[in-house]
Write a protein that binds this ligand. Structure first.
Ligand code: IPD
Ligand code: CA
Ligand code: CA
Length: 254
């Protein structure tokens, strides 16, 4: 069945209302740890259960892959969902968290939505058609000097077990740029590049559900998505997203 951005928006906004109800009642939120630095709350589980039920009932031809419930049905054409990206921020009452939903068919991203309910920002994109924030078209920044750039990164929750923990890379890039941010939601980080609010974002050890929707939104807004060597494509274990103009300057620092 053909999916319109509007049909998807209705479902994602309803999921946002479920998340917000929990966000506005944090003292009753059950927060558990999946591993020492990886959180899951009642809200993550409830939002994913809603999205899975709605999307698989409305679009039975597509399978589902969500962070909390795993993979079910056909995985060649599937919804890729992070019910709350930025759970740690969410659980502390901070506003930077989002719901991320993408449709992927034969390894190609077709449509993506990232909704930040506490900020009131809804980002979406359709392959080959562009990217929008709250209904208006968006595009990447025009910054062409790395020295003047504002960049964002994240530190995967598994970092302490990794030989490369991103700290050296962050130090190198911080010394070569004007502004550095750590927002705490990779899906949102990608949308901020798409919207020209930051000029580049990178992170390691992410999963496809963290970046699928945001990467399509970034690409459709004119961003270049590569790995740390500059190979084009979406590589969640090593993702670098830039406005394209500073790519050659940031790559040697990666
Ligand atoms: C996390 C966020 C965060 C990133 C972590 C992710 P979660 O996702 O995207 O910004 O630094 O690596 O795991 O666990 O809140 O869905
Ligand atoms: Ca995530
Ligand atoms: Ca999550």
């Amino acid at each position: 069945m053909l999916i319109s951005v509007h049909d998807l928006e209705t479902v994602v906004r309803a999921a946002g209302a479920i998340a917000l109800a929990h966000f506005n009642d944090l003292k009753n939120l059950a927060v558990n740890k999946k591993s020492p630095r990886d959180f899951v709350t009642d809200a993550d589980v409830a939002v994913e259960a809603f999205l899975k039920a709605e999307l698989t009932q409305k679009y039975p031809e597509y399978g589902f892959w969500g962070e909390e419930s795993g993979q079910s049905a056909d995985q060649s054409a599937r919804w890729v969902v992070d019910p709350i990206d930025g759970t740690h921020s969410f659980s502390r009452g901070q506003y930077f968290w989002s719901i991320s939903v993408a449709l992927e068919i034969d390894q190609e991203l077709i449509i993506g939505a990232v909704f930040a309910p506490a900020l009131g920002d809804y980002y979406t994109a359709v392959k080959g058609k562009g990217a929008w924030k709250n209904g208006s078209p968006i595009s990447v920044s025009s910054e062409s000097h790395l020295a003047d750039a504002m960049v964002a990164t994240g530190f995967a929750c598994l970092r302490s077990y990794l030989p490369d923990n991103n700290l050296d890379r962050f130090a190198r890039i911080a010394q070569s740029t004007t502004g550095q941010r750590r927002f705490g939601s990779a899906a949102m980080d990608l949308c901020l590049v798409a919207d020209g609010q930051v000029d580049a974002f990178w992170e390691q050890e992410l999963n496809l559900y963290d970046v699928a929707a945001g990467a399509l939104i970034a690409q459709e807004a004119g961003a270049t998505v590569t790995d740390f060597q500059g190979n084009k494509g979406i590589f969640p274990k090593q993702i670098l997203v830039t406005n394209g103009k500073i790519l050659d300057q940031i790559l040697p620092l990666m």
